[in-house]
Unconditional design. Structure first.
Length: 115
């Protein structure tokens, strides 16, 4: 039996709608459906990487690209005062979708520790 697609793979394949704010050949970015800040965007690679713990040297350029997209989105959302990036990894790290994703949060003062 084939492995089921993640919700993010289904968004990439346009099987599930999302409010897409960026797309290129390597990644997709969309607004989180359950935002934790005024700006809460998820940036995901189109390549199916389960988590940060699964990246390889082959992914170095892709990971750098994802962070360039995060920076561009922060600029587009006028987050000059600051923003937070989060990558949850594994069950204990709070990862709920087995597809690497970067949370971009901003638009308000963010407290520490986060949780």
């Amino acid at each position: 039996m084939a492995e089921q697609k993640t919700i993010f793979a289904r968004i990439i394949d346009r099987e599930i709608p999302a409010e897409i704010v960026h797309e290129d050949d390597l990644c997709l970015a969309f607004n989180d459906v359950n935002p934790q800040a005024p700006v809460h965007v998820l940036v995901i690679p189109k390549k199916p990487i389960v988590s940060l713990a699964e990246i390889t040297a082959e992914d170095t350029e892709l990971i750098g690209h994802l962070f360039q997209v995060v920076r561009q989105l922060a600029e587009q959302h006028n987050l000059q005062g600051g923003f937070r990036t989060i990558i949850n990894t594994g069950d204990e790290g709070g990862q709920t979708v087995p597809h690497l994703h970067i949370h971009l949060l901003g638009g308000r003062s963010l407290s520490w520790p986060p949780g």
